[in-house]
Ligand binder design. Structure first.
Ligand SMILES: Cc1ncc(COP(=O)(O)O)c(C=O)c1O
Length: 408
């Protein structure tokens, strides 16, 4: 018997994480002694703030080492309830809130809990590559709606209306967005919401994990606050990973209609049981911290973003929009396609460009096709400024070393 006949079809047809694959390849090259700068990862280089780490230590020492409630401890859910109320103007009961092992687990469970074969999930792209995979793993059909650079990488109401059919179950809206850094305004969210009011069978997942990482004092409105008429069919997802540099702790949370949260709790009770009790204690501390750390983070990230954007604009063949949120620049590399490397290889695709940058510039980025938008690559500015400066210098040299191909 081969392993493939042993493995389930859903696993055989799933794709591994594209961003993790690039990061892994970069690590392999680094292990061979290459000085690779990894700009492919979805996390910041900051350490989790000290008071949060301290809270986790205290929790361990005080014996918070046992099972908690499936939905998360009542104290943590109260803190989440307060967060939604005070920061987003959203009111939920404790039964409408769930804490899980990361926003990713909530997304996974939400699809498992709601999708039957043939059900469609509308995903504006470029988007996080895990979304379509998670939909497929739940027997659903991802419907990728390409939102080009001219539209600011954002879904338009017309596009949304045209994509809805009888099988549409969810619209998945990531705001601010990975990988584009696009940020929807309140009126843009309302315009999308108004379309959905005509289609009562369509629910909304608002993935707001990058809520706090915004630039230039841009305001943020949670989808459920912008379109309160849809709150009975909106699942709002958020977490600690990005804003509090807590990716490894694995804590995310969500709020939505009670019957849906009940279904998520059922799945969680039969799988992970709940998020780690120690991580829940850390999350509780994070939700009670003043936002000094986040403010400092955003100041530092603004410097990094500005450096990267200014550098890209200087490099022939590359261009980008200025991201308004998250910590990625989505770089247009269409003008490089067709150009030829010193070794005589033609760069035909964004994957070729990413591979060229890895092999020639020792810089790891993720090709845009991984996010369903070829002709781009995503560069994370989660790294410190000196590393970013060096990475941009190397990318510039590599791009300047290309020569025009016959068909350019
Ligand atoms: C858009 C988006 N949603 C969710 C997540 C996952 O967050 P968590 O670490 O809470 O699982 C990520 C992580 O990269 C992300 O980019």
């Amino acid at each position: 018997m081969t392993i493939n006949s042993f493995l389930a079809r859903r696993v055989l047809t799933a794709n591994p994480s594209a961003t993790k694959a690039v990061t892994l390849k970069a690590k392999q090259l680094r292990d061979q002694g290459r000085d690779i700068i990894t700009l492919s990862q979805g996390e910041l280089d900051f350490d989790t703030p000290q008071p949060i780490r301290e809270a986790a230590r205290t929790a361990m020492d005080q014996g918070q080492t046992r099972y908690t409630e499936v939905a998360g401890s009542a104290e943590l859910r109260q803190a989440v309830q307060h967060k939604f109320q005070s920061e987003n103007g959203l009111n939920y009961s404790l039964d409408q809130i769930q804490v899980a092992s990361g926003a990713k687990q909530i997304l996974f469970n939400a699809f498992q809990a709601t999708l039957n074969e043939g059900d469609e999930v509308l995903i504006p792209t470029p988007s996080w590559p895990s979304y379509p995979e998670m939909v497929r793993l739940a027997s659903g059909e991802p419907r990728l709606l390409r939102c080009g650079e001219n539209a600011g990488f954002k879904l338009t109401p017309e596009q949304l209306r045209a994509a809805i059919n009888d099988n549409t179950k969810w619209l998945l809206l990531n705001n601010p967005a990975n990988p584009s850094g696009a940020l929807y305004t309140q009126s843009e969210l309302r315009a999308l919401g108004e379309v959905l009011q005509d289609y009562p069978q369509v629910w909304v997942i608002a993935d707001e994990i990058y809520e706090h990482l915004r630039y230039d004092d841009q305001p943020f409105t949670s989808f459920a606050a912008a379109v309160p008429e849809l709150s009975e069919r909106t699942l709002t997802i958020n977490g600690l990973s990005k804003a509090w540099a807590m990716t490894g702790w694995r804590v995310g949370y969500c709020a939505g209609p009670e019957p849906l949260i009940k279904a998520l709790n059922l799945l969680q009770s039969q799988s992970t049981s709940h998020a780690s009790s120690i991580s829940q204690a850390a999350a509780l501390s994070a939700l009670k911290q003043p936002h000094t750390f986040i403010t400092e983070c955003v100041t530092e990230l603004t410097r990094r973003r500005d450096l990267v954007v200014a550098s890209i604009q200087q490099i022939p063949g590359l261009s980008c929009r200025v991201p308004q949120g998250a910590f990625y620049v989505f770089v247009n590399c269409q003008s490089l396609l067709g150009q030829v490397t010193a070794a005589g290889q033609t760069l035909d695709t964004d994957q070729d460009v990413a591979l060229y940058l890895l092999e020639e510039a020792d810089v790891a980025v993720v090709p845009g096709s991984a996010f369903d938008l070829p002709g781009y690559f995503r560069l994370s500015y989660g790294n410190a400024l000196p590393q970013l400066e060096e990475a941009m210098r190397r990318i510039s040299v590599a791009c300047n070393n290309l020569v025009a191909g016959d068909n350019v």
